[in-house]
Design a protein around this ligand. Sequence first.
Ligand code: ZN
Length: 138
Amino acid sequence: MDLRSINEIVHFHVHVFFDADSRAQALQLRTDIGARFKVQVGRVFEVPVGPHPLPQYEIGVFADELTPLLSWLMLNRGSLTILLHPNTDQEIADHFDSACWLGTPLTLSPKPLQVSLRAAGQDGPRPVLINSQPHLPY
Ligand code: ZN
């Protein structure tokens, strides 16, 4: 098997899933994340979009902030299901082969994802633009 380099990873996404019962908890977690970590806090999707089977929001994070964020989520996610995946040129591999889950894994759809973004005519993963204003210690 050909080994891949971590240099392929542009950044990471954390997706926090919720349903009607866990929505308030998930949105509080989103606020708590933005108050503690240098990340891109994504908009809340109230319906399933893309490969995601439930409502969710996305947190964009670079490697230097990933370990603190992931450590904090391990301690503070409650019962929420969280997907962590790298963003490389290979979207399907990112979401299926390379993904990690906290909580109960969900079944993603590969349909909207590309095997290779470059082969599909795209430059690479969507950029992560830091928009949080961390002011609390983690
Ligand atoms: Zn993602």
